[in-house]
Write a protein that binds this ligand. Structure first.
Ligand code: C2O
Ligand code: CU
Length: 467
């Protein structure tokens, strides 16, 4: 693993880091409380995931020093309140934590060499920030990501808002596949020919690290289901059978008017919050399924328990919106972003591990490799100014494109009529051209990449510098 940026650039980054700590402390002081850090220990575990054996050397996060052998814990934070976490690295390679979708200070963003140093085995790193938005988000490393996320390091974040309506229950679903072979052992994390196409799929599909789990909830109740696609490859098409549901948020942001779930695509990195009206009587079930491809399958089953609460889905009101600035389209500068395949060639060492191939590029520049050192940003954005990214997917594959630190609104597209609320991840369909608008209101270096991790790691990555 070789640093991609030179030392001078990185030292400038370190200076910014000190500043952010000072800022974080100031915010905490004003809020009257300096939170004790939640200790997150990245560790190895043996876990039962496959039917035919225990999988050794799974990677997970535990709280404190305790051994943890299942899905990483759901982290709960509060909108507008300081949160602190101490990452302890008990793996045998460097790692970091990225807080996907949280618009926080750049120094807390968790991208090694761009926003912070590597956290080496045995070392720790303190994160402290105040989430400005409520909703469903997630956390994962930004280091050797195909291995680390692929082996388990991906957990859900719930940012609570005291003004949110109260539901009868809440269910959190962390969806992912595993590349396991005989006896539950890990097999090669990817196949190069698939990385050059739609990505390599796992062999065992899980929800909260379980195969087709069943969740109980009050009969006739309204249940908030928070769904996060943490898989490194799979795009889900969500559908519900046996109950009605409304989509109340997408990628953490409330839908202006909750609408009935019919079928909806959720790509790697994306989230969907549903309010499900549970079936009327005890023992009845509803099934959340993946309706993509020729063989639909069950993601999770919800089973009614108790006497009916007799709730009505029509009573579900929109969630309070998050404070995301609206771009000024009259002054916004247009920036073309082209997603393409690139001539295959050997990759140079990348930030935290390379897959050894380059297949993809943003604006003809594949990452890593072929770029000067230090790596240039796609564009320098002026703090507080509005921008429209004109994203063209010039490939026959879908790409969930994720931007760190800034949320954007999809303005139009040649492939869709439904425009979702503001987001941090747009699932670009094959040959889609979409315009998205944002206000560059968060200073720093913000990475943009495909969340099909093989694409991210074989060239489809870049960053914007907001100054
Ligand atoms: Cu969910 Cu750059 O990441
Ligand atoms: Cu992609």
């Amino acid at each position: 693993m070789m640093p991609l940026l030179n030392r001078r650039t990185f030292l400038q980054g370190s200076a910014a880091l000190g500043g952010a700590f000072a800022l974080g402390a100031g915010v905490a002081a004003r809020a009257g409380a300096s939170p004790a850090p939640q200790v997150l220990t990245a560790q190895f575990a043996d876990a039962r995931i496959a039917v035919d054996g225990v999988t050794p050397k799974v990677m997970t996060y535990g709280l404190g020093d305790a051994l943890h052998t299942s899905v990483p814990p759901v982290l709960r934070m509060r909108k507008g309140e300081a949160y602190a976490a101490r990452l302890m690295n008990r793996l045998d390679e460097p790692t970091t934590v990225h807080w996907h979708g949280l618009r926080i200070a750049n120094a807390m963003d968790g991208v090694p060499e761009i926003t912070q140093p590597y956290v080496y085995p045995g070392d720790s790193f303190d994160y402290v920030f105040t989430p400005p938005d409520a909703g469903t988000f997630w956390y994962h490393p930004h280091c050797n990501t195909l291995t680390q996320i692929g082996r388990g390091l991906a957990g859900v974040i719930v940012v609570e808002n005291p003004e949110d309506p109260v539901f009868d229950a809440e269910i959190v679903l962390n969806l992912r596949d595993w590349r396991l072979g005989a006896g539950g052992k890990f097999i090669d994390p990817f196949k190069p020919r698939d990385a050059a196409r739609g990505g390599t799929y796992g062999t065992v599909r899980t929800t909260n690290w379980q195969r087709e789990p069943v969740f109980e909830a009050p009969a006739g109740g309204l249940v908030r289901v928070r769904i996060v696609a943490t898989d490194v490859t799979r795009i889900y098409t969500m559908a519900l059978e046996g109950a009605a549901a409304k989509v109340v948020a997408l990628d953490g942001n409330p839908t202006e008017a909750p609408f009935p779930l019919d079928r909806l695509d959720v790509g790697p990195g994306q989230r969907m919050d549903l309010v499900v009206r549970m079936p009327e009587s005890e023992g009845q079930t509803a099934k959340l399924g993946n309706d993509r491809g020729s063989q639909p399958w069950t993601i999770a089953t919800f089973r009614s328990v108790g006497a009916s609460l007799k709730r009505d889905l029509r009573d579900v009101a929109p969630l309070p919106p998050n404070p995301i600035a609206e771009a000024d389209l009259s002054t916004a500068k247009r920036i073309p972003i082209e997603l393409t395949a690139t001539a295959e060639h050997r990759a140079t060492p990348s930030i935290c591990g390379s897959l050894g191939y380059t297949f993809w590029a943003i604006n003809q520049v594949p990452w890593p490799g072929d770029t000067p050192d230090p790596v240039a940003p796609i564009e320098e954005l002026k703090l507080g100014k509005s921008y429209v990214l004109q994203i063209s997917n010039r490939t026959p594959h879908a790409h969930p494109i994720h931007l760190h630190g800034l949320s954007f609104r999809i303005l139009n597209s040649n492939k869709r009529s439904f425009l979702p609320p503001p987001t941090d991840t747009i699932l670009l369909l094959p040959d889609e051209q979409a315009e998205v608008a944002l206000v560059a209101d968060n200073p720093g270096d913000w990475v943009i990449h495909c969340h099909i991790i093989e694409h991210q790691k074989t060239g489809m990555t870049g960053y914007f510098k907001v100054v």
